[in-house]
Design a protein around this ligand. Structure first.
Ligand SMILES: NC(=O)c1ccc[n+]([C@@H]2O[C@H](COP(=O)([O-])OP(=O)(O)OC[C@H]3O[C@@H](n4cnc5c(N)ncnc54)[C@H](O)[C@@H]3O)[C@@H](O)[C@H]2O)c1
Length: 244
């Protein structure tokens, strides 16, 4: 296997578990220095895979000073940042009538403002070092709108607009910005779905099953590496064909 990210430094926000952790592991296997930035510690059953080329930084993506500290730490340890994966995300599902203002704000803050904070900070660091790649996690919920997710669908649709606007602004510095739109993926975020809801969702998926975190990580790897050197402002659906 040809390493696709040899000696590149990649920051993965929300990389302590789920899609972020799978992405961090895959990038590490492809030769990257990995910085996991999360409000939580990396799940202990996974840390053994990162024997070296690894840094965990406590970071809240909603705070610009926290993000700037993260980039300073990454540059101190590895010399540069080449890739940022804006993956941190939360859900606070409720129908419109039950959703509180706080639930709306929390989701917009982490899932949309967090991506803006990350993209803004990464662009300012990457400008001075010859470019890089930014990969944003949207969701198919942002394409079609999900019942009970007015907050989350709005944030994830916003990530698409943000990705395209930023791609236009930073292309001149050699920075590419792309987004991945996963469908139903088996991670801690979806672990609490009831069997009935899960079956209902699976019926909508042409490939007939939920996706694995690794299958999303493959798409992120594509955007992070030179395999996508002529791709920017793109949105790749990783949904098993659901809502194509
Ligand atoms: N699992 C799915 O089916 C699915 C589908 C579409 C999109 N997504 C998106 O993919 C991304 C990863 O999802 P996942 O399923 O792995 O989620 P997850 O809940 O398993 O992991 C999310 C991680 O983000 C971290 N995080 C939360 N708030 C943070 C903050 N303020 N600052 C830093 N880190 C923070 C959490 O600690 C956690 O480690 C999210 O953006 C999610 O919206 C997931």
């Amino acid at each position: 296997m040809e390493p696709l990210l040899d000696a590149k430094t990649c920051i993965v926000t929300g990389g302590a578990q789920g899609i972020g952790l799978a992405t961090a592991e895959m990038m590490w296997k492809h030769g990257a220095n990995i910085v996991v930035a999360d409000v939580s510690e990396v799940r202990p059953d996974s840390t053994t895979q990162f024997s070296d080329r690894f840094l965990h930084v406590a970071c809240d993506v909603t705070e610009i000073t926290s993000m700037e500290r993260l980039f300073d730490r990454a540059v101190d340890k590895f010399g540069a940042v080449n890739v940022l994966v804006n993956n941190a995300g939360i859900t606070r599902d409720a129908t419109l009538s039950k959703m509180t203002e706080q639930q709306f704000d929390e989701v917009i803050n982490v899932n949309l403002k967090g991506v803006w904070v990350g993209t803004k900070t990464a662009a300012s660091y990457m400008k001075g070092s010859g470019g890089g790649a930014i990969v944003n996690l949207s969701s198919i919920s942002g394409k079609v709108g999900f019942f009970g997710q007015t907050n989350y669908s709005a944030a994830k649709a916003g990530v698409v607009g943000l990705t395209k606007a930023a791609a236009k602004e930073v292309a001149r510095y050699g920075i590419r910005v792309n987004a991945v739109q996963p469908g139903l993926i088996e991670t801690p975020m979806t672990a609490s779905l009831s069997k009935e809801i899960l079956q209902e969702k699976i019926r909508e998926i042409p490939l007939g099953r939920p996706g694995a975190a690794d299958e999303v990580a493959n798409a992120v790897l594509f955007f992070a590496s030179e395999l996508s050197s002529y791709v920017t402002g793109a949105v790749l659906e990783v949904t098993g064909g659901r809502f194509m």
